[in-house]
Design a protein around this ligand. Structure first.
Ligand SMILES: NC(=O)c1ccc[n+]([C@@H]2O[C@H](COP(=O)([O-])OP(=O)(O)OC[C@H]3O[C@@H](n4cnc5c(N)ncnc54)[C@H](OP(=O)(O)O)[C@@H]3O)[C@@H](O)[C@H]2O)c1
Length: 301
């Protein structure tokens, strides 16, 4: 697959307009699953934009590899700070949050990206998966996201603006046999994120709250060895959501290819994501701008 060379981030800024790229400078962002796949790519792009990125995952070595990769791409590795934690363990998450609180006066962003894939022990997992496997998937893909969000909110409410991106999957809309448990976790994650968006909007009515959901599509990562696509393909939309100025989407659903999606009773976001002052209509409202940028980077999209 052709994709943007991450080492040339100064030229392409992963498709972000300059003002949006600059808006991320010195922002503190917490990201889970930062040691591999999408999480590593988003971490590196955020650090390249000048954000301070707090990296969570269970394997410290993978987090350190992400920091080391920053240096090889000409990104200041000091912008990547490992705060290892198992998101299914509330005490570890609380320790990570304490560590972040000690290193930044306010947290601006959270990318809830960590997840486990379908266990694939049986073609009939809803009938046959044992309770421990079912619970492990829910504990990571749903409860863990809520645990991290809960720990992040006291750090985020100190500032005037907060941004969260929940990494979901097309599985959250799908009923594919063999993937029922994973599908269920991602549908639950969709509702968790949109419900949290509504709760935060009501609780922090005076703040600029943008909590949204992104379908990252397929890419080659630890959980998807079959894909040939680059995990950098998710960076543009993730950064577009994190860098959005006040008045942007909240409780909305997006695809990495720029599509605006509906979920349950939530209609697609009706404005353009990169030019918020220009109202647009229809579910493909974001495609002209974001889609053009994405196609410049990944021409085969
Ligand atoms: N790749 C695709 O084709 C695809 C498609 C649709 C959606 N997605 C979604 O994209 C997101 C990123 O996945 P990926 O494709 O980049 O896969 P990945 O490389 O397997 O990343 C998953 C990350 O989650 C972390 N993680 C798992 N359990 C954890 C726990 N209990 N505590 C803390 N961290 C934990 C893992 O690190 P440790 O093992 O070190 O903890 C790993 O870094 C996921 O939400 C996934 O569902 C991916």
């Amino acid at each position: 697959m052709q994709h943007a060379d991450p080492a040339r981030w100064r030229q392409h800024r992963f498709g972000l307009p300059e003002a949006r790229w600059d808006a991320l400078r010195d922002k503190s962002v917490w990201i889970t699953g930062a040691g591999t796949g999408y999480g590593r790519c988003v971490t590196l792009a955020l650090a390249a934009a000048g954000a301070r990125v707090f990296l969570t995952g269970r394997r410290t070595q993978k987090l350190e590899e992400t920091c080391a990769e920053a240096a090889t791409l000409g990104i200041d590795p000091a912008r990547c700070i490992a705060v290892p934690a198992d998101i299914t363990n509330p005490s570890e998450v609380a320790r990570a949050a304490d560590s972040i609180a000690g290193q930044t006066s306010q947290l601006y962003g959270l990318v809830n990206n960590a997840a486990l894939p379908e266990p694939r022990h049986t073609p009939w997992p809803l009938a046959e998966l044992d309770h421990a496997q079912w619970n492990a998937l829910l504990a990571t893909n749903v409860t863990g996201q809520r645990t991290v969000s809960k720990a992040a909110l006291p750090l985020m409410e100190k500032g005037p603006a907060l941004r969260m991106v929940f990494m979901t999957s097309e599985a959250g809309w799908a009923f594919t046999p063999g993937f029922g448990p994973y599908n269920t976790t991602k549908a639950a994650l969709n509702n968790l994120a949109a419900s949290l968006a509504a709760e935060c909007a009501a609780r922090y009515a005076e703040k600029d709250v943008q909590v949204n959901v992104l379908v990252p599509g397929e890419a080659r990562t630890e959980m998807n060895r079959g894909s040939t696509e680059s995990p950098y393909s998710v960076v543009c939309m993730t950064l577009a959501l994190l860098s959005h100025p006040a008045g942007g989407p909240n409780g909305c659903f997006f695809h990495r290819d720029g599509r605006h999606l509906a979920f349950a009773y939530a209609p697609p976001y009706s404005k353009s994501l990169l030019t918020p002052s220009t109202p647009a209509s229809g579910s493909r409202a974001g495609i002209p701008v974001v889609g053009r940028l994405l196609r410049r980077l990944w021409p085969e999209m």
